[in-house]
Design a protein around this ligand. Structure first.
Ligand code: NAI
Length: 470
């Protein structure tokens, strides 16, 4: 059998690429090493996290917030196995959905580890050790990423046993709520999964190397957000370097020291989540033998997603740019369209980022720090949810919206939201920016009342100093 396209890796980048290519008339196969489709995102990432984030949020609301709304319930009890079943059912439904989509689009699914075995050849080795070689005109590498390892003071990798010292995968599977959870890394995973277990009863301490949380996000947003998390009970040790994690039985001692130098401290924990980033996953793909150029572990691609080897393309976490499912999906679509002779394109200036904590943080485009560093003259408009009727009615008035617009042209360059439902509200800023819209355009767009998104309109009005409700 000879294919037009073989995609290696069935995460959001790979399977979306396969569907788009099939829609465009190509004969497509997708190769997947896991037993189920959907990659990290559906199996051990975004989807199970969101199931636990939502369930734990409901648990916390029932315990702490209902009474103020006049809803009196007895103290909620945690049924962790039932919560985990909800998570597992959500994952199953989603991965089966992808399998259905492959069938519907007549994409051949080949389970096993894929490897480039020469020009136009992909060797797939199944779990039983048997190999088959498939022929294809083009290959798209969409193998995603793996958990980054943390090294101790002697330069030795700290091992994940996925019981006491866990990665994001193990943190989604804990059999009981830890009494004390130490999280290493105040990035997206650390704060999301830290939130899950804090809501369910864990004391959470986060140790972060930098002097701030959520690097890359707007500084003002993050400052307010950190205070919110501290109010919820998070303890942060910033500018601190973990030098050792010693496991004894079912507990651990985490040693860290100030980055600037000083005395080391040790805290005890019954679980340690290490969430210090992810690294591109390219092991066993035969890239070196195929002569595919790499840079810092990532496949080097041109603006058509092609590597230096003709017919070998790459997308998603294995190439430059943010490691985000939606970025990979858009690249998957773009490369399929390019292979079909169309003009596939990704606008890297308009890729939203969302942190699914409570409240959520959502951002698109430039931060104030980035605009200052580039010397771009800009105007900022801000609006707090405390001045939004719907937010007050729902007792979700924490946070604010900030719109950044070019001082000369009024074009929106960035939008930042911390608040309930921020991840949904950011979409209108994305659409506006995709169309090159101005703060004035956003401000003159009628927004339904009463909605949280009126705060987005008000922040856009505030760019010109004419917000109505503050
Ligand atoms: P991250 O890059 O978001 O954060 C890692 C944090 O660990 C950073 O703050 C970094 O300064 C810190 N760090 C690094 N080395 C350290 C050390 N030795 N000691 C203490 N702190 C250290 O990475 P994270 O949270 O692991 O997520 C991995 C990837 O997955 C990211 O690219 C993220 O964007 C993506 N992701 C996205 C989600 C979303 O969009 N909601 C959810 C989960 C993951």
């Amino acid at each position: 059998m000879s294919y037009d396209l073989i995609v290696i890796g069935a995460g959001p980048g790979g399977y979306v690429c396969a569907i788009r290519a099939a829609q465009l008339g190509m004969k497509v196969a997708i190769v997947e090493k896991r037993k189920t489709l959907g990659g990290t995102c559906l199996n051990v990432g975004c989807i199970p996290s969101k199931a636990l984030l939502h369930a734990s949020e409901m648990f916390e609301e029932a315990g702490h917030d209902f009474a103020a709304l006049g809803v009196v319930v007895s103290k909620p009890k945690l049924d962790l196995p039932a919560m985990m079943k909800h998570k597992a059912d959500t994952v199953t439904a989603n991965v089966q959905g992808v399998a259905f989509l492959m069938k519907k689009n007549k994409v051949d699914v080949v389970f096993g580890a894929g490897k480039i075995a020469g020009a136009g050849k992909v060797e797939v080795t199944g779990e039983d050790g048997k190999s088959q070689t498939l022929e294809t005109k083009n290959i798209v590498i969409a193998t995603g990423s793996d958990v980054a390892r943390l090294r101790d003071k002697n330069g030795k990798d700290i091992a994940f046993d996925e019981k006491v010292v866990v990665s994001s995968t193990g943190a989604l599977e804990l059999g009981a709520v830890p009494k004390k959870l130490v999280v290493v890394g105040a990035g997206v995973i650390g704060l999301e999964l830290g939130s899950v277990w804090r809501r369910l009863g864990a004391e959470v301490t986060v140790i972060e190397y930098l002097d701030r949380i959520l690097p890359g996000m707007d500084g003002e947003v993050v400052k307010q957000f950190q205070r919110m998390l501290e109010k919820q009970g998070f303890v942060f040790k910033l500018a601190a370097k973990v030098t050792d994690v010693a496991v004894k039985g079912s507990a651990a001692k985490v040693t860290f020291e100030p980055v600037a130098g000083g005395a080391a401290e040790t805290i005890e924990a019954d679980r340690v989540l290490i969430a210090t980033g992810r690294t591109p996953y390219t092991e066993g793909l035969g890239l070196e033998a195929a002569g595919v150029a790499m840079e810092r572990g990532r496949v080097v691609i041109d603006d058509r997603f092609q590597s230096n080897v003709a017919g070998v393309y790459a997308i998603g976490d294995v190439v430059r740019g943010p490691m985000l499912a939606h970025k990979a999906e858009d690249e998957g679509i773009a490369v399929a369209e390019i292979l079909a002779g169309q003009h596939g394109h990704v606008n890297y200036n308009v890729i939203p980022g969302v942190v699914y904590t409570n409240p959520e943080i959502a951002a698109v485009g430039a931060t104030e720090e980035e605009l200052k560093a580039k010397g771009v003259a800009y105007k900022a408009g801000k609006f707090p949810f405390t001045a939004n009727g719907r937010a007050r009615a729902m007792r979700k008035a924490d946070g604010f919206v900030k719109i950044l617009a070019d001082a000369a042209t009024d074009r929106v360059l960035g939008a930042h939201i911390v608040g309930f439902g921020a991840g949904e509200m950011i979409a209108e800023a994305c659409v506006l920016m995709e169309f090159g819209g101005s703060a004035e355009d956003l401000a003159r767009t009628c927004h339904a009342h009463p909605t949280m998104s009126e705060a987005v309109k008000e922040a856009a009005l505030a760019v010109a100093g004419r917000a109505i409700h503050i």
